[in-house]
Design a binder for this molecule. Structure first.
Ligand SMILES: [Zn+2]
Ligand SMILES: [Zn+2]
Length: 146
C-alpha cells in the first residue's frame, strides 16, 4: 500500500499537478499512464468535478458526477462494495474533488496496478484514495471501467 508512505501535505493547482503526483509516487510500481476521470453522460463536455467514496483496504472506489448525480464504480468495485464514507478534504473538509488514476502498464497494453488520487477543488489539497492490483488487464478494458 503505497499511499500510506506519502508524507505531509501535497497541493496542486490543477489536474496536471494531480497527474504529476501520481507519476511521482514512490515505493510501488511505476505509473506509466494517468487518466483524469470524467463523467461520460454529457454531450459537449466531460465534467471532472465529482464526489468520491473509496476504501483503501478493499481497493474499491465509486464516483458521482456533481452535475448529473450519476454514480459509477471503478473497475469491479460495485461487486465488492464495502460502503466506505464519502471522501472529504482533510484540509478544508468539503467533498468536491477531481479524481485521476495512475496506471502501471506492462508491454504498453496490460495494466497491473491502478492507483487513485483526488484533488480538492476548493483548496487544492491532494489525497491518495485507494489502489488495486490487477492480473494484467487489457488497457482498453481498464479505461472503459474507470
Ligand atoms: Zn455527469
Ligand atoms: Zn480542501
Amino acid at each position: 500500500m503505497v499511499l500510506r508512505t506519502v508524507q505531509g501535505t501535497v497541493t496542486g493547482e490543477d489536474v496536471e499537478d494531480l497527474r504529476s503526483f501520481l507519476t511521482g509516487l514512490t515505493g510501488g510500481p511505476a505509473v506509466h499512464e494517468t487518466v483524469v476521470l470524467a463523467c461520460g453522460h454529457h454531450e459537449d463536455e466531460r465534467p471532472t468535478w465529482m464526489y468520491v467514496e473509496a476504501d483503501p483496504r478493499a481497493g474499491v472506489a465509486r464516483r458521482r458526477c456533481l452535475q448529473c448525480a450519476r454514480s459509477s464504480g471503478i473497475l469491479d468495485s460495485d461487486e465488492r462494495w464495502t460502503h466506505p464514507p464519502m471522501w472529504s478534504c482533510s484540509g478544508c473538509h468539503q467533498s468536491i474533488g477531481e479524481v485521476a488514476a495512475g496506471l502501471s502498464v506492462e508491454d504498453g497494453e496490460h495494466v497491473t496496478w491502478v492507483v487513485l488520487a483526488v484533488r480538492c477543488t476548493e483548496c487544492g489539497r491532494i489525497d491518495g484514495l485507494t489502489d488495486v492490483v490487477l492480473p494484467g488487464t487489457p488497457l482498453t478494458e481498464v479505461l472503459d471501467r474507470l
